[in-house]
Design a protein around this ligand. Structure first.
Ligand code: PRX
Length: 654
């Protein structure tokens, strides 16, 4: 924990407290702390009240049924997520309100109203039905940030078919594994997407994956870039042709509150990604409530969550939460520095964005690029900022507050996970004084704690494991096809009624939570969750590699950089060209985001006598720290060798 303590010492050296600005409080939805007291007095009643903001076909019989670790929310209730995001707003006369101001990377703009979105979702839902998709069938979606992505998700929700969105930056191998795990029947993809001016050949990637996906019966391709790709007659269809044939009317399926809404894969500590399953009633209730209260959503807001829908942030806070709240959102297809480093600020200015939600890794990049880029634009419409995905260093927090928020916007630092479905630790911006670097306090109704190895609550001021001690409606209900892994991963350390988040945390004297990063072999690279084991498996998959160990080291921009120690099979020489080949191999197996930043070729890896690779020592080496205890090693001399190699620069960096 020495490292954690240093980290905390650094965080706590930023002692400024930012009170909610009075003019923000004046217009805020939540102005005082009574909401915390009410929720604490009866958390089930609190969530039931939030659920009442949705439209239910049938009201629930009981709010919660908890047989630890299994929980059900709004038992007996029925509803439809797409109806809640679309129909009810249109029926109430809100069909002309803009749902998305979309902008393509090359510069096109599209404005989509709630009525237009409902029409297209209904047509595509009918098209899916015509392809044989019904309740409970899984649909894989491999799209970039195009409007057809929320359309496809909502169309699935409309007919009760759980979607599995695969981030467009993932490789064909990653796509294949996810399709096969979920046994998806249909894949929705696009010809090509744009990223930094280059074309990402999504359909070609998908075709490669589909060679080994027996469950897929149909492929629907959205025409975006107009690039060439193969077309398999009978299996492949154009999105625009399918929707043209359908009427814009498709009655929503009446789903049980506990029916799965979607599966989303995330990295765990093994090589196999986990299919996190979210339900309909509880998930919709929690994302709608958290979105509204944390982002202080008013009718005239222009809200922009600049994440990718391929991650949970986009599912909850670009699609389901904002649409259920009848919010106008901004959605952007491409890179923040294309064609220039002020792209986001020009989009924010043109759309008069009022709320911006992004990741610390992006903020650190903006910081490096310099304040002259935001300063070129009028960002005075902004009134609230948010961050998610990793701990934010106080320096980046203050930069964001000053240069993007003009010193007037509160910042909500929101802690949550794919598994939690919704934000759990966060300020409410009209109520909670902010400390840069702290996600502050649990959302009303959430019981978070910091415990020691034995599960005892650590007194304020101390650090330990972050746990959640009572259920909330959006908690993942299981891992697709692997309930044992669900129990093992989240509910085994301290018993079935305590959810272990896998993060370290510390609370200060005011009870504020300071997140310390993962305590397992999961890394957080540029806000993306990757497992060391997954990258090691990808490296070892290359025929030249004998063995690999992957660790991370802190990085000013991406948060954690990937460092790979690789031992090659005899006969191979570790040089630049092999390094380039291995990086490419990892990109192919997982995706470009997983490419090692530094590669170090070693003759051997430090191992315990039982043959376990000592990652702790490699982490010290990667971080240039003095070496710890090596006495338990079977091959102590190898650490010295590696240490010397790193010191003398015998590594390749990207
Ligand atoms: O380590 C925590 C970090 O991101 C992990 C969850 O990653 P993922 O499931 O990909 O979801 C990311 C978006 C919700 C957590 O275990 N994390 C997320 N938000 C924060 C954070 N760490 C510190 N502060 C945050 N605000």
């Amino acid at each position: 924990m020495a490292e954690a303590h240093q980290h905390i010492a650094a965080l706590l050296s930023e002692e400024r407290v930012f009170e909610p600005p009075p003019d923000f409080v004046a217009g805020a939805l939540v102005k005082d702390r009574s909401i915390y007291e009410r929720a604490e007095a009866d958390y089930q009643a609190f969530w039931a009240k939030q659920a009442e903001r949705l439209a239910w076909f049938r009201r629930w019989e009981s709010v919660m049924d908890w047989q630890p670790p299994w929980v059900k929310w709004f038992v007996g209730g029925t509803l439809n997520a797409s109806f809640n995001c679309l129909d009810r707003h249109v029926e109430a006369g809100g069909g002309d309100k803009v749902a998305y101001h979309w902008e393509g990377e090359p510069g096109e703009q599209r404005t989509i109203t709630y009525k237009e979105l409902l029409d297209e979702v209904s047509r595509f839902a009918n098209a899916l039905k015509a392809l044989g998709v019904g309740r409970g069938d899984r649909v894989a979606i491999y799209l970039g940030m195009v409007p057809e992505l929320p359309v496809a998700m909502l169309a699935c929700a409309r007919i009760g078919a759980p979607h599995s969105v695969v981030f467009g930056g993932f490789s064909s191998d990653s796509l294949r594994d996810r399709i096969n795990d979920a046994e998806a029947k249909v894949l929705v993809t696009q010809d090509g997407g744009y990223r930094r001016g280059a074309l990402v050949p999504l359909k070609a990637n998908a075709d490669e994956a589909l060679a080994e996906c027996p469950s897929i019966q149909h492929v629907v391709t959205v025409r975006r870039a107009g690039n060439e790709h193969a077309f398999t007659a009978g299996r492949d269809h154009w999105y625009h042709e399918l929707i043209e044939e359908q009427i814009p009317d498709c009655p929503p399926e009446e789903m049980d509150a506990e029916d799965p809404l979607y599966i989303l894969y995330t990295s765990g500590t093994t090589g196999k990604p986990k299919g996190i399953v979210h339900t309909t009633g509880g998930y919709m209730t929690a994302v709608t409530a958290t979105h509204r209260l944390i982002f202080d959503i008013h009718d005239d807001d222009v809200y922009w969550c600049a994440a990718d829908i391929g991650w949970v942030t986009g599912h909850s806070y670009i699609v389901y939460g904002p649409l259920a709240n009848h919010t106008t959102s901004v959605m952007y297809e491409g890179a923040p520095d294309w064609p220039d480093k002020d792209r986001l600020w020009s989009i924010a200015e043109r759309n008069r964005a009022t709320i911006l939600y992004t990741a610390p890794t992006a903020i650190r990049a903006f910081m490096r690029w310099g304040p002259e880029h935001p300063e070129k634009h009028d960002l005075s419409s902004l009134r609230l900022l948010g961050t998610v995905g990793e701990p934010i260093n106080p320096e980046a927090w203050v930069w964001y507050w000053k240069y993007i928020g003009g010193g007037r916007c509160p910042i909500v630092d929101t802690w949550w996970q794919t598994e939690t479905g919704c934000i759990l630790i966060t300020p409410l911006p009209g109520v909670i004084p902010l400390k840069p670097g702290s996600a502050t306090l649990p959302f009303p109704g959430i019981q978070a704690d910091v415990v020691d190895e034995e599960g005892n609550s650590v007194p304020l001021g101390g650090g330990g494991y972050l746990v959640l001690k009572r259920p909330w409606p959006a908690i993942a209900r299981t891992i697709w096809g692997d309930p044992d892994r669900y129990v093992q991963t989240y509910f085994s350390k301290y018993g079935p009624d305590i959810y272990v988040a896998g993060d370290g945390a510390k609370r200060d004297e005011d009870g504020y939570f300071w997140l310390l990063g993962r305590i397992d072999d999961v890394m957080n690279v540029a806000g993306h969750r990757l497992s060391t084991y997954e990258i090691e498996s990808a490296l070892v998959d290359n025929p030249k590699v004998a063995e690999a160990a992957v660790v991370s080291r802190p990085d000013d921009v991406v948060g954690e950089a990937i460092v790979a120690f690789v031992t090659l099979k005899s006969g191979y020489e570790g040089d630049e060209s092999v390094a380039a080949e291995l990086r490419e191999h990892v990109a192919k197996k997982i995706g470009k985001i997983a490419r090692p930043h530094a590669l170090i070729f070693t003759n051997d890896l430090p191992k315990t006598r039982s043959g376990k690779i000592m990652r702790r020592l490699l982490r010290d080496v990667a971080r240039g720290r003095p070496l710890g205890d090596v006495t338990t090693l079977a091959n102590a001399e190898v650490v010295e060798q590696i240490h010397d190699m790193v010191q003398t620069g015998a590594r390749t960096e990207e």
